[in-house]
Design a protein around this ligand. Structure first.
Ligand code: UDP
Length: 246
């Protein structure tokens, strides 16, 4: 089976949730930093316009199909992704997994107080994990070395970087050499959901692929950026037509 699916130059890993979890735990056995990114259709459109972002995404050890748009796109292109593997569901699946020793997480991102509140909720939902540390996601460039040091001192296995995309991917790229953890994941607004400051779209909407609609209702000021969704669908159909012609 093809390990990667090309969606407009972004090479998504064709994995199920179960494989994702076991691959991430395998990364913890290897003494180097691994990256896991979770692009949605909007980020793929940004990568179409910005080759350096496409290259950064493609450098990830795992690139997960976050969102129904990406899965739909893969189907239209004739190379269907096996499953939607969203970042937040992956984090939950990792934390649910029974491990011999507790996995240590560092929560990085969100407004002041959010990571802390997320830690409280996660510890009560997943008693088998350790929260090695947390830090809000607002800082000056001068503060970055101290943040990296704080993360390293807390000795996490998995660093969840939740600064929004592509800020979090760029941050991980810029600091990869200094980070001593085994896995760094870009998880967007997940800490807000864990903290309870933002609600995930209802399950039926997520299943129907309507997260974007829930988001538009919640954050209507995003409409301009969300134009990338219809652009993604158009580009996908155009690419498919071109494929058929050759
Ligand atoms: N965020 C952050 N630092 C920043 C900007 C954003 O920690 O400098 C956090 C923000 O608090 C939120 C998450 O990143 O928890 C996602 O932010 P946003 O919705 O703006 O990003 P997007 O979803 O558009 O990528």
């Amino acid at each position: 089976m093809n390990d990667r699916i090309d969606i407009h130059g972004v090479r998504i890993s064709n994995v199920t949730m179960e494989e994702t979890v076991s691959r991430i735990f395998a990364m913890l056995e290897e003494d180097r930093l691994h990256t896991v990114f979770t692009p949605n259709a909007e980020i793929i459109m940004q990568a179409v316009r910005d080759p350096s972002l496409a290259a950064l995404l493609n450098s990830a050890d795992l690139l997960l199909a976050d969102g129904a748009g990406v899965v739909l796109g893969s189907r239209i292109l004739g190379t269907p992704a096996r499953e939607k593997v969203s970042g937040i569901d992956t984090a939950r699946a990792l934390m649910r997994w029974k491990t011999v020793r507790p996995t240590r997480y560092f929560l990085f991102g969100g407004k002041p107080g959010v990571a802390e509140q997320a830690a409280v909720h996660l510890l009560s939902d997943y008693p088998g994990i350790v929260i090695a540390g947390f830090r809000n996601g607002y800082f000056t460039p001068e503060e970055v070395p101290a943040i990296v040091e704080e993360i390293n001192r807390s000795n996490p296995d998995i660093l969840l970087v939740c600064l929004g995309a592509p800020r979090q991917e760029r941050w991980i790229e810029a600091n990869a050499a200094g980070l001593q953890c085994r896995v760094a994941m870009g998880l967007g607004g997940s800490l807000d959901v864990f903290a309870g400051t933002v609600k995930l779209a209802p399950e039926w909407m997520r299943k129907a692929g309507l997260e974007w609609l829930a988001r538009l209702i919640r954050e209507p000021f995003r409409w301009k950026r969300m134009l990338d969704l219809p652009r993604f669908v158009l580009l996908t159909f155009r690419t498919r037509l071109m494929k058929k012609r050759v």
